[in-house]
Design a binder for this molecule. Sequence first.
Ligand code: AKG
Ligand code: FE2
Length: 331
Amino acid sequence: MEIKRVQTLAFNQLKELPPQFIRSENERPENTKALEGVNVPIISLSQPHNLLVKNITEAASKWGFFVITDHDISPKLIQSLQGVGNEFFSLPQKEKEAYANDPSSGKFEGYGTKMTKNLEEKVEWLDYYFHLMSPSSKVNYEMWPKSPHSYREVVQEYNKEILRVTSNILELLSEGLELENKTLKSSLGGEEIELEMKINMYPPCPQPELALGVEAHTDMSALTLLVSNDVPGLQVWKEDNWVAVNYLQNALFVHIGDQLEVLSNGRYKSVLHRSLVNKERKRMSWAVFVTPPHEVVVGPLPQLVNDQNPPKFSTKTYAEYRYRKFNKIPQ
Ligand SMILES: O=C(O)CCC(=O)C(=O)O
Ligand SMILES: [Fe+2]
C-alpha cells in the first residue's frame, strides 16, 4: 500500500487542510492558546552542584520539563546533526521510501508517517525517521540512513555526547530523591540503557491554526532529550494551561517520561506536551528517547515506598508497559 507522506501533501501547495488533519474545536491551536508571560525552567549545568540538584529536582517535580544549557555538546556537532537530518529529508521521495517502516507489522525503525488515527480519526502533520542509536551491540546500522554519507559518523558522535549528558542528569535526579547517584541509571538497565533517535519533520502547513504536529501525549521513555531547528512549536502542559517553549540555540529540551514518573513513585512528573506547526517554514526536531531494555522490570523504587507513601504505579517490564501504551490499555 502506498503511504501518503505529509511532505508530499505539503509540496503540492494545498490551500486547504485535508479533513483528517483538522482538529476538533477543543484541540485546535486557535482555541487553545499558550499562556503568555510564563516561561519554562532553564537550567545551566555549570551552576554550583547543590544549587543544580535543587533546581533540576524542582523542575522535574513541578514541570516534568526543563531546558538545559552549558552541557558541553559542541554547537558544531549539533549543527552537523541538524545538517544530516535535513539532508535526509531533502532526498528525492523515492530514495526515502527505500527506508519505509511498517509499525503494524512490528517494523518500527525507518522512515514513517503515523497512519493510525486517534479516537477522533485525526492524524498528525509530520513525517519522521526512527532508529535505535545505542547500545551499539543492539543497533542494526542497516536501518540508519545511508545518505548523506556522514549520517552514521555524526549520529554516533552525538550518541556519545547524549549518553554522557543522560548519565549526568540521571545522577542529579537520583540525588534529588536522596538516593545513591547511580540508582536511577542502574534501575534503567545500567550500561544496557537504550537510546532511540526520532527525527521529526513538520512541513509548512496551509492552516496551522487548525492542525497539530504531534498531539498531546507523554513520552513512555524515562527521559527525552530534544533539539529543534529555530522554528518554535513545542508546548508543555502546566497547571491547566499550555506553555510555549521558546527556541534557545544549542539548548537541550529535556522531558521527564513515564518511566521516571513510575520509578520516583510520582515525585517526578511525566510531562504532557504537543507540537504546533508553521505556515511558512518547516520545523524539525531531533528527539532522543532514553529507555530501559524491554526485559527490565520498572516499578516504584522500594526506597521511596513506605506506609505513608504506598506505590502509585504497578510494576511491570518495559515491554509490557510499551505494549499497553501502544494499544491504549490502562497501565
Ligand atoms: O517536536 C517536538 O518538539 C516534540 C516531539 C515529540 O514530542 C515526540 O516526538 O515525542
Ligand atoms: Fe514527545
